[in-house]
Design a protein around this ligand. Structure first.
Ligand code: THU
Length: 160
C-alpha cells in the first residue's frame, strides 16, 4: 500500500467587489436568474451564468419537480442549454450563486457532484478549462481555475 494525496488549488475572494469586473457582471447575471428558480420543495434557489467564447451569456436556475429526482440543478440547466444552443462554442467561465428562503446563505455554495461531472464533460469536449466562481447570497467568492480542481479522479472517456 502507498498513500495517494490529492490536492486542489482554489482562490478565495473576500467579497464580490474583489473579483474582476467581467466576473462580477457574470455573477450579477447568476443572481438575476436565481429569481427564476422553481424551488417549491427545497426553497433553495440557485442561479448559474456562463460566458462563451462568442460573448453569449447562457443562464440557468434549478427546476424542481414533485417527483424529486426529475428536477435539475441550475448548473446543468445552464450547461445543457449552452450545449444545445451553441454546440460549437467554448464555455469560458461559470458563476454560481445560491439563496435560501429560510436562512441567509453566507458561505460559498459549490456545485454538487453530479454538476461537476456534467461540467467536466464540456471541458473535455472543448479541450479548455472552464473557470468556476461560486458564492452564497453574499460573502466570499471561491474561484476554481478548472472544474477538475473540484473533481479529482474524474471519470471520463479514458475510463471507458
Ligand atoms: N441545486 C443546484 O441547483 N445546484 C447545485 O449544485 C446543488 C443543488 C439545487 C437542486 C435543488 O433544487 C436544490 O438546489 C436543493 O438541493
Amino acid at each position: 500500500m502507498k498513500p495517494l494525496t490529492i490536492t486542489s488549488q482554489l482562490e478565495v475572494y473576500e467579497s464580490l467587489e474583489d473579483v474582476p469586473q467581467d466576473v462580477q457582471e457574470l455573477m450579477e447575471a447568476a443572481i438575476k436568474v436565481r429569481n427564476s428558480a422553481y424551488a417549491p420543495y427545497s426553497n433553495f434557489k440557485v442561479g448559474a451564468a456562463m460566458i462563451l467564447d462568442n460573448n453569449e451569456v447562457v443562464v440557468g436556475s434549478n427546476q424542481e419537480n414533485a417527483s424529486y429526482p426529475s428536477g435539475l440543478c441550475a448548473e446543468r440547466t445552464a450547461v445543457y442549454s449552452a450545449g444545445a444552443r451553441f454546440p460549437d462554442n467554448d464555455i469560458l467561465k461559470i458563476a454560481i450563486t445560491a439563496k435560501s428562503m429560510h436562512h441567509q446563505v453566507v458561505t460559498p455554495v459549490p456545485p454538487c457532484g453530479a454538476c461537476r461531472q456534467a461540467l467536466v464533460e464540456y471541458e473535455i469536449k472543448q479541450k479548455k478549462a472552464i473557470e468556476l466562481y461560486f458564492m452564497g447570497e453574499s460573502g466570499q467568492v471561491v474561484k476554481a481555475a478548472s472544474v477538475r480542481e473540484l473533481l479529482p479522479l474524474v471519470f471520463d472517456n479514458s475510463c471507458l
